[in-house]
Design a protein around this ligand. Structure first.
Ligand SMILES: N[C@@H](CCC(=O)N[C@@H](CS)C(=O)NCC(=O)O)C(=O)O
Length: 212
């Protein structure tokens, strides 16, 4: 059976939404962050970087949330969560997923763990502020894209990248300009949040409204 190692609201959300959407039989295993279980020898065997999530699928042990999403989509090719391989639509799907995981997510980490990104003991707040400003710029890029090409990242076609968008936009909910308050991005996030798969995942992680 597929097993997802998670902590409520962490980077497991996008894989969790997909697992729910696919209707798969899967098990959730909570990583107890209060005792740093993600840095324990047992967890580090699954993910040497000590980060959440990890997916175990038979003999396959996979870390990195975007890789997990792509694996789930690839192993369920008829699920409709990604355009056909080799098409321009698939290329845009990769582009948005990579923008979210490779451009936005590192700044999310800089925002939440700013002290890790400087050797200056007083430098954390400046790192955090710079990350916050960059994040607002990046969310604005998505807002402008959705204004012309929405309602989803791939236009009328919903995809796994939209689940990833909800996860990384939710991480930005405490910014001075929240993604939920951006006209087009906010409307898109609400649509995605209302999907049954999302509501089931939030409920099983114990996440209550407001979701954004
Ligand atoms: N690039 C990784 C990032 C995962 C990540 O940073 N997860 C956070 C929780 S959202 C975490 O494990 N933080 C604990 C830590 O860094 O010590 C992924 O997408 O899987």
């Amino acid at each position: 059976m597929i097993e997802l190692h998670f902590a409520p609201g962490n980077a497991n959300l996008a894989p969790h939404f997909i697992l729910e959407e696919l209707g798969l039989d899967f098990k959730l295993t909570q990583v107890d962050r209060s005792v740093n279980a993600h840095k324990s020898p047992a967890y580090l065997k699954l993910n040497p970087s000590g980060r959440i999530p990890v997916l175990v699928d038979g003999d396959l042990v996979l870390f990195e949330a975007a890789a997990i999403c792509l694996h789930l989509v690839d192993t369920h090719p008829t699920c409709g969560l990604a355009p056909a391989l080799g098409t321009p639509e698939r290329a845009h799907f990769y582009k948005w997923l990579m923008f979210l995981t490779n451009t936005i997510q590192p700044d999310i980490l800089m925002y939440y763990y700013s002290d890790r990104y400087t050797t200056d003991p007083d430098g954390g707040p400046a790192v955090k502020e710079a990350a916050e400003n960059r994040l607002i710029d990046f969310y604005t890029i998505i807002d402008h894209h959705l204004a012309k090409n929405g309602p989803y990242l791939l236009g009328e076609t919903f995809s796994a990248a939209d689940y990833y968008l909800l996860m990384v936009a939710r991480f930005g909910r405490s910014l001075k300009t929240s993604p939920r308050d951006m006209t087009h991005l906010g409307a898109t996030l609400e649509k995605i949040t209302n999907r049954d798969a999302v509501q089931r995942a939030f409920a099983s992680e114990g996440i209550e409204a407001p979701f954004l």
